[in-house]
Design a protein around this ligand. Structure first.
Ligand SMILES: O=C(O)CCC(=O)C(=O)O
Length: 260
């Protein structure tokens, strides 16, 4: 049950309880999506000129993770070979979205009136890039309380051809499942997958730029391969309750996002 259902519409409350995720259309305007994409590319180029090896580069607290494998040839620019760019939520223009009330009010409906953003990523799903296998985000968090809430902001169109997310509605009520290393040889480092669940009722989440998926950190989800010839991009934030303890890592940085 959401902590503050009065902050949500009755339909959103019902959907959250049943599915563990809600799509909120048209939250971020198209100019902001374009500015986010441009800034992410500029940051990746800048970070790639700094310290690092094999696509793992870091600068000023942000860092990049490389795409390990492509189904087709990839370009040579840093942004063509990057999978994820981490630690953005304190930087413009990402910060404006992280604290936007259209997003944090839904998150507050779920978690309570005060929420912190503790993780941010920009995901480059370049042409040919493989998807991320079925997983629950809570596996990657080691906190003293649950749930956390993920917010996936489409900054390009997300379609079945270019690697949109797929969710298994209702799986947020499952416990945390065992995850095994991604079985595809050459998959991105750190990808883990659930292999003990029937995903036949999973659905694609096709989105337009600026649409937002809000999802429970136990919800099982994956993304598809990008079989198109253009990049699919997304900005992802994770939120939790202020005062949450544990889980210290290089991708966790607690920042107030909304106060009662
Ligand atoms: O955007 C993607 O391709 C995968 C994102 C995802 O599954 C996640 O951030 O947990």
């Amino acid at each position: 049950m959401p902590a503050c259902p009065e902050l949500m519409t009755p339909a959103a409350v019902e959907q959250w309880i049943r599915d563990g995720c809600i799509v909120v259309p048209g939250v971020v305007d198209h100019d902001t999506c374009a500015a986010i994409n441009d800034r992410a590319v500029a940051m990746v180029r800048d970070i790639a000129s700094g310290e690092g090896t094999n696509g793992y580069f870091h600068k000023n607290g942000s860092f990049t993770v490389p795409e390990e494998n492509f189904t087709v040839g990839a370009g040579d620019r840093p942004e063509d070979r990057t999978s994820k760019l981490y630690n953005l939520h304190r930087h413009h223009p990402f910060n404006d979205v992280a604290i936007a009330s259209a997003i944090t009010s839904v998150v507050a409906g779920v978690l309570g009136p005060a929420v912190d953003c503790f993780n941010s990523q920009f995901i480059f799903k370049n042409p040919g890039a493989w998807g991320q296998p079925w997983h629950q985000d809570s596996l990657y968090f080691n906190f003293d309380c649950y749930p956390q809430v993920g917010v996936w902001v489409a900054t390009s169109r997300a379609t079945e051809d270019n690697g949109c997310l797929f969710v298994a509605p209702g799986t947020h009520t499952e416990p945390l499942h065992n995850h095994v290393p991604d079985r595809r040889p050459g998959a991105n480092l750190g990808y883990l997958e659930i292999v003990d669940h029937d995903f036949s009722s999973a659905v694609p989440v096709c989105m337009d730029p600026g649409d937002v998926l809000v999802f429970h950190s136990f919800l099982m989800h994956r993304s598809g391969d990008n079989t198109s010839d253009s990049r699919r991009t997304a900005l992802v934030f994770h939120y939790g309750q202020p005062g949450t303890i544990g889980g210290e890592s290089g991708t966790i940085d607690w920042m107030p996002a909304r106060r009662a």
